[in-house]
Structure formats: structure tokens, C-alpha cells
Design a protein around this ligand. Sequence first.
Ligand code: TXA
Ligand code: MG
Length: 344
Amino acid sequence: MTQLLDTSSSSIARAAECLRAGGLVAFPTETVYGLGAHALDAGAVRRLFEAKGRPANDPLIVHVASADEVRGLIMRMPPNAEALAARFWPGPLTLVLQKSPRVPAEVTAGLDTVAIRMPAHPVARALLETAQIPVAAPSANLFSRPSPTRAAHVLQDLEGRIDLVIDGGPTMVGVESTVLDLTSDLPVVLRPGAVTLEMLREIVPEVRGRVEGDPGKAGAYPSPGLMSKHYSPRAPMTLFTGRRDAVVDALVKRARQAAADGRRVGVLVMREDVDGFGDFPVRLAEMGTSADLAAVASRLYAAMRELDAAGVDVIFARDIDSEDGLGQAIRDRLHRAASEIVRL
Ligand code: TXA
Ligand code: MG
């Protein structure tokens, strides 16, 4: 049985005790809900992989309460890591560093590096401070499903497979943390997130973006977990990318045709595009306006799950036209979720 807890201090204390004893606890962070296990307990980490159905070659992020705790998990803290941590922690930035032998190979999928982040969410912080252990936590979804941004999403995927879920309400950011590798010659962003390339370059000017151009389909990723098919709704999703008017026209046409063919159609839709969908049966999941990318990011995964829950057969979505700021992170998730990309 999986128990749902509130955020009272007695609940936090119980969840912390469960983690210390090797249990699995889902908790809110500012990005998405994480599924935590004691990072120095190899058995607990193995159970975590099992509960998610996650392949063992996809390494986990270790969450800490303080910068001091990091020292015990890595070989050395490079100066640029100090500066980035001082600026962005606690917050949605994960740093990949040379790992200490204390960190079990299960956590890092056998790599000699470890990903570390200090979350900003008050519930995550209270849990980590109370548990006084580093906590390995991937997103609390079944493997390849959209990341959970509410406690109910966690239960949809993991009910009966984990011990506890702390319900801290909807998460704020909605897409996972920025992952920055500091172990290669030049720092490189492995996964875009709310801490943008521009923000990172203010502190470390030589930071490189992961791939130029299409974020979803570029060859091999340097990180084994960054396979392109990921974060997907159950129904196959077609993403339309290119000039907005052409994209909206083509999307509406395809959706109308699919509906005429008797398919249940879902659309991840921007508020400004809603009017195009008046005259045929379609299930719309609104993501807000593309003028407010923070709102779109916070709605993205919940909207995918809504369409799945509505039982649609196919999903259509339009790409974000902006590469700035959060636009990159949203584009990255949309491209990875898509099983077909139509370029216009
Ligand atoms: O916002 C987040 O980061 C959330 C919350 C719960 O903190 N966590 C999260 O974890 O998204 P997960 O496991 O879904 O994604 C971790 C990513 C994967 O893409 C993985 O490949 C990468 O971090 N990663 C972990 N360790 C790594 C390492 N040593 N080297 C390179 N990439 C690594
Ligand atoms: Mg994940």
C-alpha cells in the first residue's frame, strides 16, 4: 500500500524515517515530483529502479540539503561549480561532477560522475534536512511516462509500488531541472531547464548548449539517460513545427481529418489557437499562452496526462516558436514526447 501524506512536520518526520530505513518516498520539488531513496543504500536504489521500471543504465540525480553535503559525494568541487552553486542553489540546476567512491554504482549507472542538485521546494528541503542523508530521486513517474507535477500523477503511475507520497500541491516550474556537465573540457548543458543557457553564461561564459538545432532528434547523447523517446503520453503524438500560421493550419487540418476518420483526437493547444477547433469533435488540453512560457511549462505534463486520461487515440501539438529562456526546455520535452514531427 502506498500512503498519501500531508506536509505537516509529523508527516515529514515519518517520510524522513522511511527514507533512512531504505523505503521509497515521492515528494514535491519545484520542478516535478521526485521518487526518493537513500542514495548511499544500494538496495534501496535497486528497489527504486524496479518501482519505476527504469533501465539500470539511466543514472539518478542525488538531492542534498546543503552545499556541505556535496563534498562527501564528489572528488573535488571545481571553482565554476562553487560559483554556479552559490548563484543557483537551492534551485532547478543539476551539476554533474566527479563522484566519490562512497556513491554506489547503482546510483550513477556505473559512471565515474554523479549528478547533484539542491532543490528549492520547502517540502523537499524540510525532508532532506530531517532525513540528513543524500536522496537519489528521479522523477516519480513510470519509465517513459510524462513527469508528475501533482501527487495524483504519482499515484496514477506508482500506487502500490512505493511506500509514501507527500502531497505538496502542484509543482511550480513543471519541467525537470537543467542538467549541466562540469566534467568535460567545456561545461555542457545535457538537459535544458528553467536555469537557461543565458543565465548559466552570466556565471560561466564558456557553457555550451547541448545540441544546436533540433533538440529532440540529434544523434547520440553524452548521457545514457537522455534517450530521445521520453516523457511521452500513451497516445502517439504528432508535433508540428515551423512558422506559426502554417503550423496551425496544418494541425487543424490533420486533426479534422483524424476526427472524420473516427479517431478520438486530443490537442495540446495554446490559448491563442483555440478558435481553430470549433467545428469538429476534439478534446483540447489548454497550456496557456505562448507569451507566458512559465505557465506553459507548468501545464505541459499535466496536459499530456489529461489527454491520456480522456482516452484519446492520437494527440497533435504545435511547437513553441521561441528558443529563448524556457522555450528551449519546452521544445526539448515536446520533441522527445513526439512520435512524429511535421516540419513546415
Ligand atoms: O528536476 C529534476 O531534475 C527532477 C527532480 C525530481 O529533481 N529529477 C529528474 O530526474 O528529472 P530524472 O532521473 O528523471 O532525470 C535525471 C537526468 C537523466 O537525464 C540522467 O541521464 C541525467 O539526469 N544524469 C544523471 N546522472 C548523470 C551523470 N552522472 N551524467 C550525466 N547525466 C546524468
Ligand atoms: Mg524522468
